[in-house]
Write a protein that binds this ligand. Structure first.
Ligand code: ADP
Length: 169
């Protein structure tokens, strides 16, 4: 049995950006309980470990009783079954995202008919924002503090060695 008031927002969150945070906050207004599920996928190379991504998300949302941050290393439909989740939320930035998200939704629907997939359009402030861009900017020493939460800025400082400053050799 799934509960239509319980939602999940799965993703890599490598690292979480203000785009992700915006989707999480808006989802919390719609559902009684939200699982933020960090995909622990061995086939996808991530800069941060699943534990680091879970920990930083927990630090960003310390006082939210209706949010639970977990990592999961299986199919997201199995997570939904195991936790009685009725809705899977996915953020959509541009038309480019839509094709991929639509195919993924079709596949998930085939595997689990009772799980609804909800596309939430990005906030216009974040429509260009993606985690890969943050990692690249951080590696070049750019200031990302207007694009990610302060907790992520800290983590990037710890984890990402600055490889270039832009000066000519
Ligand atoms: P995945 O590897 O599952 O695509 P991501 O962490 O890149 O993981 O994204 C997780 C979800 O968050 C996806 O639905 C993605 O479209 C959405 N997302 C990522 N960045 C943004 C953003 N800036 N605005 C809205 N949604 C976003």
């Amino acid at each position: 049995m799934v509960d239509p008031h319980v939602a999940m927002f799965p993703g890599s969150f490598d690292p979480p950006t203000l785009g992700h945070i915006n989707i999480i906050k808006r989802s919390l207004r719609l559902y009684d309980h939200l699982y933020v599920v960090v995909a622990d996928n061995i086939n996808k190379h991530c800069l941060f470990t699943a534990q680091e991504r879970v920990d930083v998300l927990k630090r960003i949302f310390p006082d939210s009783p209706n949010i639970e941050v977990l990592s999961y290393d299986g199919l997201m439909v199995n997570f939904a079954r195991e936790h009685g989740v009725g809705v899977m939320i996915r953020g959509v930035r541009a038309v480019g995202d839509f094709g991929y998200e639509f195919e993924l939704a079709m596949t998930n629907k085939q595997m689990m008919d009772e799980l609804e997939v909800l596309f939430m359009p990005t906030d216009p402030n974040y429509f260009m924002l993606r985690s890969s861009q943050i990692k690249e900017m951080a590696a070049f020493g750019a200031d990302v503090s207007s694009l990610v939460p302060a907790e992520v800025v800290e983590l990037l400082h710890e984890k990402v060695p600055v490889v270039g400053s832009g000066s000519l050799a």
